[in-house]
Write a protein that binds this ligand. Structure first.
Ligand code: C5P
Length: 236
């Protein structure tokens, strides 16, 4: 295990999504795990890391749940208005950091609100590995399953070489100024992006992959929450 990193860093937590695939009565980040909301667990993991300066949480403008979040009262936690797509929500949070005078070279870690099981060792290793990196990078893991490219008729077009395919997790760690340019460029061009690294790749950068634990799952479907509840010993 790496020693704890005290590299200064900032965080952005996009939490303005609806999470319709959960089919729940509220956005997934406000569902409960071990007596606290998913967002509270996510924020607690980030706030516990030495070197953390501020966390900006992007919220839907009519979010009624945020005032009840334990960390809403923490002075290290700021908010920003979320946007239509995830990239808009992230960009809005980055704008908040720029408006506060944060240096454009500062490291920013973008972490999904719906990933409450980030291991402290993974976070520390990401920071330590990328501290001097010219580009930045992200936590990721090699694909466990055989991967198929599917055609419009629901049949296999090709089997992909899984040794060369990794799944992208978060946090994704880049410099404030460069990430902001990459996201605003991509949004202006109407490019499809589901993570920050792909915006950097569009500009010709090659983010580094840092292997992380596969249980850093993003709660997306009901069975993901059930899996975490079991893993954390919650009564089901
Ligand atoms: O929908 P998905 O699970 O990919 O969302 C990933 C993260 O992005 C979630 O934490 C979600 O709240 C956030 N998001 C956002 N603004 C949007 C869409 C998603 O902050 N417009």
């Amino acid at each position: 295990m790496n020693p704890p990193s005290s590299l200064p860093f900032w965080c952005v937590v996009p939490a303005a999504g609806v999470g319709s695939r959960m089919r729940a009565d509220r956005p997934k980040q406000y569902l409960t795990l071990s007596g606290r909301t998913i967002l509270e667990h996510t924020l607690a993991r980030l706030l516990a890391q030495p070197g953390l300066q501020r966390v900006v949480v992007s919220l839907s403008p009519d979010d009624p749940y945020w005032p009840h979040v334990a960390q809403a009262a923490d002075e290290r936690v700021w908010t920003a208005p979320g946007g239509k797509e995830r990239a808009d929500s992230v960009l809005s949070a980055l704008d908040r950091l720029v408006a506060a005078g944060v240096d454009e070279h500062a490291w920013v870690l973008v972490h999904d609100a719906a990933r409450p099981n980030l291991a402290p060792e993974d976070l520390a290793r990401l920071l330590a590995t990328l501290a001097d990196d010219p580009v930045g990078g992200l936590l990721a893991g090699p694909s466990r399953d055989t991967l198929k490219l599917i055609g419009p008729d629901g049949r296999v077009v090709q089997t992909l070489d899984r040794a060369a395919i990794w799944q992208a997790y978060t946090p994704q760690m880049f410099r404030l100024g460069l990430l902001r340019t990459a996201l605003s460029d991509a949004l202006a061009a109407g490019a499809q992006m589901t993570d920050e690294a792909s915006a950097m790749e569009r500009l010709g950068y090659s983010p580094r992959l840092v292997e992380g634990r596969t249980d850093n799952i993003k709660v997306t479907r009901p069975e993901d929450l059930e899996w975490l509840q079991r893993a954390w010993g919650d009564p089901l």
